[in-house]
Design a protein around this ligand. Structure first.
Ligand code: URP
Ligand code: ZN
Ligand code: ZN
Length: 466
């Protein structure tokens, strides 16, 4: 099957150019100057007046994740279908290994959960929640044989996923050896637990206390500490879901001194605040309980994060998509914020929300594509198969309409959630058509894909490190 996408502006991380794109079966076959004659196709997609971009890659999702006494509410089927609606053609989800669990068994479980259910392509990172000798050995096996080349560790959540500095150092040493990338949840969880217990004992139990007991200084401290540990191990480090100016300053300083230090942020930290969302009346703020928390609008975090995205101190925008319904899930924390399952659902809206940053003059078009597709592919070993419109790459393509409009909210969303963290947000643009490996999965306002189309992506080592 030959598909020709005509008349659009192709936007890669290198910038925009007017080109027609020929897709043959699952792959991009050629790019042509407009008007080039003699190209035949079975199907033509008219992209006149629209952007033609590499499909979004969200490298931080949690489908069906066991957490906070429940499971995140999107399955691989509902989550990847919502992703397609939002112009995302690849996700990288987190397998969970906890203390005492065998890494390879956890991986087999995730393959069972995802296999045959995904509407778009998917890969896995491994959460190391219990670093022991077996888990360290398993890292090598996953890198060499399973296409899993990144490992998330937690300086937060003592008793759940927390690793101490010795465990972190050992995993980083292993990564220095096998070429893997350590992804760090950098918050000082030991100190946070003291503050949270004190708040609950005082009777300060509303959702806003989730934010007030996780001060940005403790994200900054943990980020600095992890950078030092990575330096001692001689390993690169990637910080997930960065929310705080102090943490960003640590990353910027490390990068300025030539270290292999990278970071992502998420739309919630770019748009939402402690006061306006987490501080909503009554239990409403539970909708936005996630860790790290939304930060104060009276400080400088949000503009600093936008600036970090412009200057590449923040390399990636992911979502940390970890949805929990209000009913029966977030409600577990009524009367005690520490029991509210942590997570926000945003997967479907990332491409739109970051495009709005382009409209608002905060980012260039090229940077939108780079942070949401190209750099995720490069950092996580999928480039140039994914993350670029170029001959030979997978035909994961989004036609994006800058004259379209998207109203975010419960009525229009496809994520399996009984509320929207983005209710009332209006976007000056819209996803028009989505191709996943050459198959149209969204067009004319309808989902045309199917569960099971998505394939597991065996990832290589990071392109930006080797
Ligand atoms: O609140 C969050 N971020 N939930 C998902 C787990 C994690 O730490 O990424
Ligand atoms: Zn985390
Ligand atoms: Zn996460």
């Amino acid at each position: 099957m030959r598909t020709l996408i005509t008349g659009g502006t192709v936007v890669n991380a290198t910038g925009p150019s007017t080109m027609d794109v020929l897709v043959e079966d699952e792959t991009i076959a050629a790019l042509y100057a407009p008007g080039f004659e003699g190209v035949t196709a079975d199907r033509t997609i008219d992209a006149t007046g629209k952007y033609v971009i590499p499909g979004g890659i969200d490298v931080h999702t949690h489908m069906e994740m066991p957490f906070g006494g429940t499971f995140s509410s999107d399955t691989f089927e509902t989550g990847t279908t919502a992703a397609a609606w939002g112009g995302v053609t690849t996700i990288v989800d987190f397998v969970v290994q906890r203390t005492g669990e065998v890494v390879q068994e956890a991986l087999a479980q995730w393959h069972t959960k995802a296999g045959g259910h995904c509407a778009i392509d998917y890969g896995f990172h491994m959460i190391l929640g219990g670093v022991d000798e077996d888990a360290l050995k398993a890292m090598d096996q996953l890198v060499d044989h399973e296409g899993i080349t990144s490992f998330k560790m937690f300086m937060a959540y003592p008793g759940v996923f927390y690793s101490d500095d010795g465990q972190i150092l050992r995993a980083m040493q292993r990564a220095a050896n096998n070429g893997a990338l350590i992804m760090m949840h950098a918050e000082n969880g030991i100190a946070i637990d003291v503050l949270a217990a004190q708040a609950v004992a005082r009777g300060d139990t509303d959702p806003i206390w989730h934010g007030r007991t996780r001060p940005s200084a403790l994200e900054g401290e943990a980020t600095n500490r992890a950078i030092v540990l990575a330096g001692v191990a001689g390993a690169p480090v990637y910080f997930v879901h960065m929310s705080a100016s102090e943490a960003l300053a640590a990353v910027a300083a490390a990068r300025d001194s030539g270290k292999n230090v990278f970071a992502e942020t998420c739309p919630q930290y770019l748009y939402l605040t402690l006061e306006d969302q987490l501080g909503a009346p009554g239990f409403e703020g539970a909708k936005w309980v996630a860790s790290p928390p939304l930060r104060s609008k009276h400080e400088h975090h949000l503009p600093d994060l936008w600036k970090g995205l412009r200057t590449d101190d923040l390399a990636v925008v992911s979502t940390d998509h970890c949805p929990f319904c209000m009913k029966d899930q977030k409600e577990l924390g009524i009367g005690d914020f520490t029991k509210i399952p942590n997570g926000i659902g945003t997967l479907e809206h990332r491409m739109n929300l970051i495009y709005q940053g382009v409209v608002d003059g905060k980012l260039s078009l090229a940077r939108w594509v780079e942070t949401c597709s190209t750099t995720p592919a490069r950092l996580f070993g999928m480039y140039p198969r994914k993350g670029v419109i170029a001959p030979g790459s997978d035909a994961d393509i989004v036609v994006y309409d800058p004259n379209g409009h998207s109203s975010l909210g419960l009525a229009a969303q496809h994520m399996n959630l009984d509320y929207s963290a983005w209710e009332g947000f209006e976007i000056d643009g819209a996803v028009d058509t989505v191709l996943s490996r050459g198959s149209v999965v969204v067009s004319d306002g309808a989902f045309r894909g199917r569960a099971g189309h998505g394939r597991f992506v065996r990832r290589g080592l990071s392109d930006l490190l080797h």
